[in-house]
Write a protein that binds this ligand. Structure first.
Ligand code: C6P
Length: 403
């Protein structure tokens, strides 16, 4: 089914082949309308006013939380904390839980495929606490072998942090098995869901992780809103991440007590309009059905991988389609991915080139950068046609010395 017409930017640019949804997705009309409608009908500062309009804004904000919680199978919406996105959600856990619970000599386990947002906060926590960061090396096909990860876990392990889906390889990780290893070791599991929330059916409780972080802008929602879902007992035991308005109970001259969840972790005026926009995005995805989203992307990824691997000197990184979400990372001979992306841009094809905020992974792949095409609900075979045609143009331009 062609959904392009639901997306104003794509509908207005018929020659545009947007293959960079892993960076940020396009937004359907329903999301844009929901944001405008909030500002036109309900705009006031939530939680602050006794007047009707503020109550309306408060209801819109919490109604959005309820809908997004339902999308992730979360039965207790107060355990979904709104953040600016995945980066802030992971920093919240590293700073709050990590600050209170990680001590000298403790260990934190991550994998070699992590985005900087799920690597640097743990690395810095380890440095600050004189703890040890242990990195699970990847298999040659860009997957995590659970047994190899388990070997890194000791009685000093406090945290296992890992992505559900790699942004640079597309690899889908065995979340439940990794969460079980963490549980068995008495460690917490932190799952970076930035690239799974948009593409796979996610049920927080079924995954079995302690924390799950996601970004709204990658799942058809607006920029600047995302969330952290956590287990209530853990969230209640954690100190606040930021302090200020709304997150307090009583402020005395000498000390302060904290508000209940989710407010304890939502200091300041909330991003209500974008929460409403994100709720419209999850409604849009739920109407398609996440199984259908996955089926659609799997068909595209199978086709893209078949067609790209038929091109001489083109090397694809990562596993086969069954273990991969809608991302294909590749290099073409010794053509720099930035040059390739520039040539593709000339043909209206948007891909990302670079280290994809995953420098530890690039070192492991032994490349400075890759080209990355990523797919979503509005893409179809014509986008792959344009990608392949653009790569053939680049091949002709750079000539046999390079490809
Ligand atoms: N990846 C990409 O092009 P924020 O910026 O907070 O919304 O998301 C950070 C983030 C965390 N984890 C993973 C796996 C991600 O893919 C991202 C964002 C984009 O791959 C921008 S670098």
């Amino acid at each position: 089914m062609n959904r392009r017409s639901d997306f104003p930017l794509l509908a207005m640019n018929p020659g545009l082949h947007y293959l960079d949804s892993a960076a940020t997705s396009q937004k359907p009309r329903a999301v844009l309308d929901a944001i405008v409608n909030f500002y036109e009908t309900s705009n006031a500062n939530p939680h602050r006013g006794a007047y009707d309009l503020s109550v309306k804004a408060t209801d819109a904000y919490h109604g959005a939380r309820d809908r997004i919680a339902r999308f992730f199978g979360v039965s207790d919406p107060a355990t979904l904390i709104f953040t600016r996105g995945t980066t802030e959600a992971i920093n919240l856990v590293a700073s709050s839980w990590g600050g209170a619970n990680v001590a000298e000599g403790d260990e934190i386990v991550v994998t070699g495929m992590e985005h900087h947002a799920n690597f640097v906060p743990w690395q810095q926590l380890a440095i600050a606490k004189r703890a040890r960061l242990r990195i699970c090396e990847l298999e040659p096909d860009g997957t995590v072998k659970v047994a190899r990860l388990a070997e890194l876990v000791t009685k000093r392990t406090r945290i296992i942090a890992f992505s559900h889906v790699s942004n640079a390889l597309g690899t889908i990780n065995p979340v439940r098995e990794i969460a079980a290893i963490a549980r068995g070791a008495g460690a917490i599991s932190v799952c970076d869901g930035a690239q799974s929330a948009p593409h796979l059916a996610v049920d927080f409780h079924d995954l079995g992780v302690d924390f799950y972080a996601f970004s709204g802008h990658k799942m058809l929602g607006p920029m600047g809103i995302g969330g952290l879902i956590g287990r209530r007992a853990l969230l209640e035991g954690m100190p606040p991440y930021q302090t200020g308005g709304d997150m307090i109970e009583f402020v005395k001259d000498a000390d302060t007590t904290w508000n209940v969840l989710p407010h304890k972790f939502e200091a300041g005026t909330p991003n209500a309009a974008n929460a409403v926009g994100l709720a419209a995005a999850v409604d849009y995805l739920a109407a398609i059905g996440m199984d259908e989203v996955r089926r659609h992307e799997l068909a595209l990824i199978e086709s893209a991988m078949t067609r790209l691997s038929a091109i001489d000197d083109l090397h694809i990184y990562g596993p086969g389609p069954a273990q991969r979400s809608g991302v294909v990372s590749f290099t073409l001979g010794d053509v720099h991915p930035h040059d390739l992306a520039t040539i593709l841009d000339g043909a209206g094809v948007c891909i990302r080139a670079g280290h994809h905020c995953a420098q530890p992974l690039m070192r492991r792949l032994n490349v400075p950068a890759t080209a990355r095409a990523s797919f979503y609900v509005y893409n179809d075979e014509s986008d792959i046609d344009a990608l392949v045609a653009g790569i053939m143009t680049a091949k002709a331009l750079f000539g046999p010395a390079h490809v």
